[in-house]
Design a protein around this ligand. Sequence first.
Ligand SMILES: Nc1ncnc2c1ncn2[C@@H]1O[C@H](COP(=O)(O)OP(=O)(O)O)[C@@H](O)[C@H]1O
Ligand SMILES: [Mg+2]
Length: 380
Amino acid sequence: MSKIVLEHIDKYYGSNHVLRDINLTIEDGDFMTLLGPSGCGKTTTLRVISGLEKPQNGRMTMDGRPIINAEESFFEAPSKRGLNLVFQSYALWPHMTVYNNVAFGLKIKHMPKKELTDCVTNALRVMRIEEYKDRYPNELSGGQQQRVAIARAIATSPKLLLLDEPLSNLDARLRIDMRAELKRLHKETGTTIIYVTHDQVEALTMSTQIALFKEGEISQLDTPLGIYTNPIDLQAADFIGNPRINFVNGTALYDGGELHVKSSLGEYHFPQKDIKLDEECPLNEAFDCVLGIRPETIEISLENEGHKNTVSASVYASQPAGSETLITLTVGDAELLAIQIGLKEYDVNQAVFAVLHPGRMNVYNKATTRLIKYAHTTQP
Ligand SMILES: Nc1ncnc2c1ncn2[C@@H]1O[C@H](COP(=O)(O)OP(=O)(O)O)[C@@H](O)[C@H]1O
Ligand SMILES: [Mg+2]
């Protein structure tokens, strides 16, 4: 069991308020990713959880057991928290072989020889470093050393594994393999993992939950699909997804139970059930809005097949890349990036038709940048 609850955590470095009222519940067995751009407080949060930093305010419990109570100056010692931490800058013991680096934590626990060998061998296998087991850290590349650091952390089967950008030194191909291994590891061991990254692909591919950070606050907490489909503000929408979401300016009016949006793509009438009717959505007065349209929701056809919401478009440029093709379209004075599976050939300035799906669009209030119209994951 390993359920972590953080309540009202504030952390200051001098006058720099780097964590602002962090509230986060990490359920037993979660793969929770703290995601956000550099400097937003992800590492600091991990250091607070591990006990390397003391917050000025707030509480933390593990399985109901008090770990931090800043108001009462209570901070449980890091060594008692039963967790294991791998940093972006990992420190291996230079005088020990890879095998001994990984075995070290188990030897301290006086694990029987046979069991120890099995645990170490398994960790080396998962991280694909068995062949380096007799080498010393200075005989390894940065990426290999990073894998040893992860192997060392998982060998002890911690209840809670904290990983801070552990794949940052790996090349693109190895990173994909390691994402798969970490995901399997999580599934097989059921260990609760808290994972820090600025890489939205890592977050989307591995997590069960994502906490999206923005300047020391958690701006959104949801599943990868939830965050991808409905990013809570324009900044989140821009950050999540590659290639990035399209933004198209428009004017909105909520009236008669519908949100009417006019833009260079035409006019849409979004049903009330998809609208979040709160202070973000002015009632009965027109306001500036931004449509968010994911590249994969745009279909391109050469003929007008008479679908609703078909618009005439012109190909500005196309980028065939083998497995997929990126097509930049001009529609009125809007530019839209579309993605199609496979190799597609289009000429520059070729006239085509784009089929858009309003059910899959997001609408944001331009002034407040907040989401007001929710998208569906599939075409309703
Ligand atoms: N030891 C420290 N002393 C002073 N400021 C720090 C320290 N560690 C981090 N910070 C500051 O706290 C903020 C958050 O940092 P950090 O948690 O490392 O961000 P992230 O991991 O999201 O990139 C940054 O502005 C950073 O400069
Ligand atoms: Mg960091």
